[in-house]
Design a protein around this ligand. Structure first.
Ligand code: NAD
Length: 490
């Protein structure tokens, strides 16, 4: 019997009232790891109520006491990093090195949120008029919720909940139903910190749970990360229900390579960006644009690197790329490659239908390179979310920047060059929220906002750092005057 996952509500593990359960599968083998409930609206209702009640006392806990639970959680995450990394690799497929890396980024967010006693401070100005002082205070909102995607089960919830609870909010977390095991384990660690019941709640589920979160009157703020169509839906529905909302969506990230870029480093970094996590990163390079003389040397080097990438189970040492999340995703990716070929692209390295010895049942796609991709083709504009790199060529940096800016996505754009002037022009003109200069995955550290633009982000304040503190607090301005009566006896 495989384990049936529970929800964690009001400090207790409890069975979901779900009518439907899904198998959680290891994408490298299709082994069933557990069953996850598609929780019903009633489960969300219970969690939201528990969080609303807990908020009344949690907001009164001094910030420096609230962060003690986060210091404790950081220690537990460090101690359990290896076990959590194994779990991420088992349910998500990425290599163990990638799983460890994402956990370190998660822990970084806990560390930053531990600075809340300073980050949450307001502003005061004396004598805005004679004898009148004015202050701006930050107060928590109430109950906040996160809806997470499958590709970073151990990191993405941490862009939000440590800041939310440190600011005095209470929380409801809904992981992706494809990868619920990692947060299941993290929730057990949160429980070990002794944090009061109802402050953090976990509800497993899919669309029904999301819709219940969107509609619940006690939930004041929602953070979403996932595909752009769902991001737009969540953004609209949350706004229609009067909630504060931030939604990070999909991407199609171009890497521009100038002829003066370092061949060895640029090739290594581009391969890591395109094929790391099997291309299932919202900051994966998915379009490589060579400029002028860069075409021939970089095309050859990238093709060699793509062919020699070691693909297999993420648990095995030496493996550089694991499977994609499931068979449906593999079929979708291969279908998009077929479509690219119909649109006139040529396949330089073909990773479709691979045979991975010992993992014949796995959802594998090998690194794939498509050459001569037209900028206006669907393949150039559709997020593939797999190990497929489209290759384009232009003659000038101006054309390259125009190509970047013509896309409807805006998560990341990168430039490889040894020219400071070219780098400055790119940084200044490229329309994307995360820019890499000789960097292939321009993921902001926890103390900077994760700044998607255009169709890659719906909202105003982003995840992480100061933006998170602003998102999870509401400002109150107090204008204060005291009449002086020094003759009064106390
Ligand atoms: P997804 O949109 O399918 O699912 C995300 C979440 O939404 C899940 O929790 C899921 O249960 C829920 N959901 C799915 N369909 C829904 C619906 N119709 N109504 C309500 N809720 C629904 O995304 P995914 O496949 O899990 O994740 C991959 C996507 O996430 C990619 O597009 C990737 O680019 C994006 N992503 C973006 C960022 C970023 O920072 N911009 C980071 C990671 C992933």
């Amino acid at each position: 019997m495989v384990e049936r996952l529970q929800n964690y509500i009001d400090g207790r593990w409890q069975d979901s009232t779900a009518a439907e359960w899904l198998d959680v599968e290891n994408p490298a083998t299709q082994e069933v790891l557990a069953q996850v409930p598609l929780s019903a609206a009633g489960d969300v209702e219970q969690a939201a109520q528990a969080a609303a009640v807990a908020f009344q006392s949690w907001r009164r806990v001094p910030p420096n006491d609230r962060v003690q639970y986060l210091f404790h959680l950081k220690r537990l995450l460090d101690e359990n990093l290896e076990d959590l990394a194994q779990t991420i690799t088992l349910e998500c497929g990425k290599t163990l090195g990638e799983s460890r890396g994402e956990l370190r980024r998660a822990i970084e967010n806990v560390e930053v949120a531990c600075g809340i006693p300073m980050l949450m401070q307001g502003d005061v100005l004396e004598d805005v008029a004679r004898g009148i002082d004015e202050m701006m205070i930050r107060q928590p909102l109430g109950v906040a919720a996160a809806i997470a995607p499958f590709n970073f089960p151990g990191m993405i919830p941490f862009w939000f909940f440590p800041y939310a609870i440190a600011c005095g909010n209470t929380y409801l977390l809904k992981p992706s139903e494809k990868v619920p095991l990692t947060m299941y384990k993290v929730m057990r660690l949160i429980e070990q910190t002794g944090i009061p019941a109802g402050v953090v709640n976990l509800v497993n589920g899919g669309k029904e749970a999301v819709d219940a979160i969107l509609e619940h009157p006690a939930i004041r703020a929602i953070s979403f990360v996932g595909s752009s169509p769902v991001a737009k839906y969540v953004y609209q529905q949350a706004a229609a229900h009067g909630k504060r909302v931030q939604c990070q969506g999909g991407a199609k990230n171009p890497i521009i390579i100038l002829p003066d870029a370092d061949v060895e480093m640029t090739t290594k970094i581009t391969l890591d960006s395109a094929f790391g996590c099997a291309g299932q990163r919202c900051l994966a390079a998915s379009l490589m644009v060579t400029v002028g003389q860069a075409k021939q040397p970089f095309t050859e080097a990238i093709a060699d690197g793509a062919k020699s990438r070691v693909v297999g189970s993420g648990l095995e040492s030496g493996v550089q790329m694991g499977p994609v999340i499931n068979h449906a995703s593999r079929e979708r990716i291969e279908g998009l490659v077929d479509q690219g070929l119909e649109e006139g692209a040529n396949v330089l390295v073909d990773g479709r239908q691979p045979n991975i010895s010992g993992y014949e049942q796995g959802s594998f796609v090998r690194p794939t390179l498509l050459q001569d991709v037209r900028p206006d083709s669907r393949i150039a504009q559709t997020e593939i979310f797999g190990p497929v790199l489209g290759m384009l060529h232009v003659e000038t940096i101006e054309e390259a920047i125009a190509l970047v800016n013509s896309g409807h996505w805006g998560n990341m754009a990168c430039l490889f060059t040894s020219s400071g002037a070219a780098a400055r022009k790119f940084r200044y003109d490229a329309e994307a929220g995360n820019i890499g200069i000789n960097i292939g995955v321009a993921a902001p550290m926890a103390f900077f906002p994760f700044s998607g633009w255009k169709e890659s982000f719906f909202g105003d304040l982003h995840g992480q750092g100061r933006h998170a503190v602003e998102f999870f607090t509401q400002t109150k301005v107090v204008v204060e005057r005291w009449f002086q009566d020094w003759t009064r006896q106390f």
